[in-house]
Design a binder for this molecule. Structure first.
Ligand SMILES: *Cc1c(COP(=O)(O)O)cnc(C)c1O
Length: 413
């Protein structure tokens, strides 16, 4: 037995290369990329890594599984355009996202629109756009019917089911128990009766149990339960199922001690479900929808160090951006106990000179921390502090107006 316990570490951020001691993003050394962008802070998303991630999923999962990108993870228009060309469909959660997806050239037949509190105007936009609406409430059904009648177009619907189970080990639970999402499974028979009565174009079911899960066994179990549930509900549906969205929840490693998700058992599990679906639901296409798993690891948030202070022996590297641009890395986006995202000094990654330092943003609040006492290359004013795993829920999920600092830029490289 070894008595010396090593503290847990971050998984290696080896998706990016290193050249001449610098991080390489989109084929460029960080200092060259920063010069090209022309200002800091900025987010950079690596096209090659985005393509590689989709290819990796295609290789690990059965061919017949359709991959949808849940664009709330990263709605940057250029990135959505790239993703639209790589995946089988886009999931949007507002009319604003719907516009970006349509502008990106996504096929409306393969766009689905989920989310609670859809306004009548948004439902009308969805019908006019000919996209599939994942219905989250009984109220949406008559609103869709009147939009369909007025426009002379079918209202394509799938019912989002709030199941009677949860996705175990999820960072965020979005199904099971009382929820604002979906229609409780107990009410689905009544909803199906309404769908039939109103003459809506029923296509299938949408289930989404939770998010940010690193346990393949939990994901497989949730997929199986979702499949069983959909099969049971399909017996009462007004038409054969053409669409079954089994959700997603694939996580990425953010914190020390976490490791990357093993796709192999998930691929095998989906293969067995597909085999059953060929008999049970021969017309249904099986979809999984992923946000962060596609884009999270392909992005970095790059800040410049504007001050280096030592306070009572502790080194603080003060950067030009923080929680105003990257709420999640600061720990204030739903984390219970703050933990560090992986961070480095992007123009000194290979440096043998290291020290323990905290990276903090420029906001007047002690919550503005990007790295709390991390082992980092020794950094000076002008160097770049880089936050990895920043391609999802970064830019668009942060309070950019807070404290009135300059905006970030986003580049796809
Ligand atoms: C947020 C969300 C997703 C994406 O979740 P990730 O954790 O980014 O994969 C997928 N589907 C629905 C319905 C969502 O609300």
């Amino acid at each position: 037995m070894n008595d010396i316990r090593m503290p847990p570490r971050h998984v290696a951020m080896d998706q990016f290369g290193c050249r001449e001691g610098e991080l390489v993003v989109g084929g460029e050394k960080l200092t060259t990329l920063a010069a090209r962008v022309g200002q800091s802070p900025f987010y950079a998303y690596d096209r090659g890594l985005l393509r590689a991630r989709v290819a990796e999923l295609r290789a690990a999962l059965p061919r017949a599984i359709q991959l949808h990108y849940a664009m709330k993870a990263n709605p940057m228009p250029a990135l959505v355009s790239l993703m639209a060309g790589l995946v089988d469909g886009i999931d949007v959660a507002s009319a604003g996202e719907l516009k970006v997806a349509l502008d990106a050239g996504a096929d409306p037949a393969e766009i689905s629109f989920a989310g609670p509190g859809k306004r009548d105007a948004e439902l009308r936009q969805a019908v006019a756009s000919r996209v599939l609406v994942n219905v989250e409430s009984m109220r949406e059904l008559p609103a869709l019917a009147s939009a369909a009648q007025e426009l002379g177009l079918p209202a394509r619907v799938a019912l989002r089911v709030n199941p009677d189970f949860e996705l175990k080990g999820s960072g965020m639970k979005m199904g099971g128990g009382p929820k604002q999402f979906g229609i409780d499974v107990e009410q689905i028979p009544a909803a199906l009766t309404e769908v039939r009565r109103l003459g809506l174009a029923f296509e299938g079911f949408h289930l989404f149990a939770g998010s940010q899960n690193l346990r393949a066994d939990s994901i497989c179990e949730a997929q199986q339960k979702c499949y069983e549930l959909a099969l049971r509900l399909a017996a009462e549906a007004p038409a054969p199922l053409r669409f079954l969205n089994l959700g997603g929840g694939f996580g990425i490693p953010y914190f020390p001690g976490e490791s990357r998700l093993d796709l192999t058992p998930i691929g095998a599990n989906l293969e067995s479900l597909l085999e059953r679906a060929r008999l049970d639901l021969p017309q249904a296409r099986l979809v999984i929808e992923l946000g962060r798993y596609f884009v999270g690891e392909a992005g970095v948030y790059v800040t410049r160090i504007v001050d280096r202070k030592v306070s009572r022996g502790q080194v603080f590297l003060v950067t030009d951006g923080g929680l105003n641009h990257h709420l999640a890395a600061s720990g204030n986006f739903g984390q219970v106990l703050r933990k560090n995202y992986p961070v480095t000094i992007g123009n000194k990654v290979g440096s043998p000179m290291r020290e323990v330092a905290s990276v903090v943003g420029p906001l007047c609040t002690p919550l503005d921390i990007l790295a709390d006492r991390m082992d980092l290359p020794v950094a000076e004013v002008g160097d770049f502090a880089v936050v990895f795993q920043s391609g999802a829920y970064g830019a668009s999920a942060s309070p950019r107006g807070f404290l009135g600092h300059p905006e970030y830029l986003e580049v796809l490289v």
